[in-house]
Design a binder for this molecule. Structure first.
Ligand code: PLP
Length: 494
């Protein structure tokens, strides 16, 4: 199967090229030329498969250049003992109509692992398929979660190196420890003086530095990113929606063909886009409920058809959703505009120029049929954490809390009691201080000790990868000014 750019359908390439390139050369996002559908009995036949088998079944429909054998070995490596749950992405029943899909059982305790444990295998194998001889070096600027997940995914994967820049004072103590203790022979981590925007602007500059690219090419390297617009990150996320439906069938929570809703805490629109593709493939999903925090640009877009990023940026308790430009939305618009690439170009041009665009009434109508949307402020986020703990004995993180709040509001306003799968995107132990505050505990212990404090207060175990931080030696100490980032890359790829 070939992939096309959302901004030019004539720009066509193979899956491995699309994965290696990440972004299309025209700035568009690479998307399957034809979206595959699941055969009629597929969901029933996948019901008794393991998660890894479901991965192979689903991904093979998009990646015909990869043999079943290759995909089987990727699935085993990506979703094996590095996950602390045999189901990989287990579905937890809360009541007869509410289920929680837990996507944080991987090595960094957040949902980014679901994609970033798979992407390095796809990328490394894509490089050999296109006969690329150079080694790829992934550069990442991170506000916390993505950097660690990318490091874990790429560590010791052949033909790859990875260098992560994080803002010195812009990540939590635990997030910093997670990164500077990272194992692996091909990894590097460096703090940048400044905030996340400084680190990100610095990395963007490195990507467009032709002199740097030339020097690195002579040394046998080229730079790439592990950004969430890469098709190799979206595809592994489609699997867990299909898998969740199969799990509900297997436990007889629903019967074959029965509709469910999904409620997804959303930032860059990647996770919920995967749910849309799952629906398109044939999973009976009725409504895609898009849950935002106070950065509610998507809520407004779904309700009004106007995307407008000209608004105040809020730092919230759910920082991984603090985003005003949801890049993956472009793939959605492409589908709902019946793949009218010229129209996508027009909208994206307007977004770049004025920060705003309005879709046609026809597109807006489709959006309203598919989606519901809501948002949640920090006070409501804390209330949702406290309520869920008190009423269900279920400890959730702030991102997941946003989704539960939005689901509550949706049910109250619509009366729609369709069984709903709420997507849980991080372990509460990644956000100990926010969770403790939500539970009414205002005095927090220092550093990693706060993990034990939350464990003691709730009686829930600290996830092993976080507990292990305690005794780990620091491997990386480098701090650079923004102007020194290029030298860091040159030094890393000597
Ligand atoms: C990245 C992230 C999200 C948002 O996912 P998108 O794909 O950007 O919508 C939500 N929760 C957590 C914990 C995340 O790390």
């Amino acid at each position: 199967m070939n992939y096309v750019s959302t901004r030019n359908k004539k720009l066509r390439m193979s899956a491995s090229q699309a994965i290696v390139q990440g972004l299309a050369p025209d700035g568009g996002l690479m998307t399957p030329e034809v979206l595959p559908r699941l055969p009629g009995k597929a969901l029933l036949s996948m019901k008794d498969m393991s998660y890894q088998q479901r991965v192979v079944y689903v991904m093979s429909r998009f990646l015909d250049e990869f043999s079943a054998r290759e995909l089987t070995s990727f699935a085993a490596a990506a979703y094996g003992g590095n996950f602390d749950h045999p189901a990989v992405a287990p579905v937890r029943r809360l009541n007869d109509s509410t289920y929680c899909l837990e996507l944080w059982h991987g090595p960094t305790c957040a949902f980014k692992d679901m994609a970033l444990q798979m992407l390095p295998h796809l990328l490394s194998s894509s490089l050999s398929k296109i006969d690329e001889e150079k080694t790829v070096c992934i550069l990442v600027a991170t506000s916390g979660d993505t950097g660690k997940a990318a490091l874990e995914g790429f560590k010791d994967v052949g033909k790859t190196r990875i260098l992560v820049f994080y803002p010195k004072d812009g990540v939590s103590h635990i997030q910093e420890l997670q990164m500077v203790t990272q194992a692996g022979g091909n990894v590097g981590v460096c703090a940048v003086v400044g905030n996340f925007d400084d680190a990100q602007a610095g990395v963007k500059k490195l990507f467009s530095d032709e002199k740097l690219a030339e020097t690195l090419a002579e040394r046998g390297y080229f730079l790439s990113s592990a950004n969430s617009i890469n098709w190799g990150r979206v595809l592994p996320q489609i699997v867990y929606y299909i898998s969740a439906y199969c799990d509900l069938l297997r436990s007889e929570a629903i019967s074959a063909g029965q509709e469910i809703n999904v409620c997804v805490p959303t930032g860059n629109f990647g996770n919920i886009l995967a749910a849309y593709y799952a629906k398109h493939m044939g999973v009976p999903i009725r409504k895609l409920i898009c849950a935002s925090n106070e950065n509610n640009v998507l809520t407004d877009f779904i309700r009004t058809g106007v995307y407008d990023k000209n608004r105040t940026f809020h730092n919230t308790l759910s920082p991984s959703m603090d985003i005003l430009v949801s890049s993956n939305l472009e793939r959605m618009i492409f589908e709902l505009a019946d793949r009218d690439d010229a129209l996508v170009c027009e909208y994206m041009g307007q977004l770049a120029e004025s920060g705003r665009y309005q879709v046609t009434a026809a597109i807006h109508k489709k959006i309203q049929n598919l989606f519901a949307a809501g948002f949640c402020d920090d006070v409501q986020t804390k209330q949702a954490i406290a309520r869920m703990w008190k009423e269900a004995g279920y400890l959730i993180d702030p991102h997941t809390a946003v989704a539960f709040h939005v689901l509550d509001e949706y049910r109250q306003s619509t009366g729609d009691e369709t069984p709903c799968v709420v997507v849980s995107t991080a372990s509460p132990f990644k956000f100990c201080t926010s969770v403790l505050s939500a539970l009414g505990v205002e005095e927090h212990q220092e550093g990693v000790e706060v993990l034990g404090q939350l464990a003691e207060y709730t009686g829930q175990p600290v996830p092993a990868p976080l507990a292990a931080l305690k005794g780990k030696a620091r491997r990386f100490n480098t701090v650079t000014e923004k102007t020194g980032m290029k030298d860091q890359v040159l030094d890393f790829l000597k």
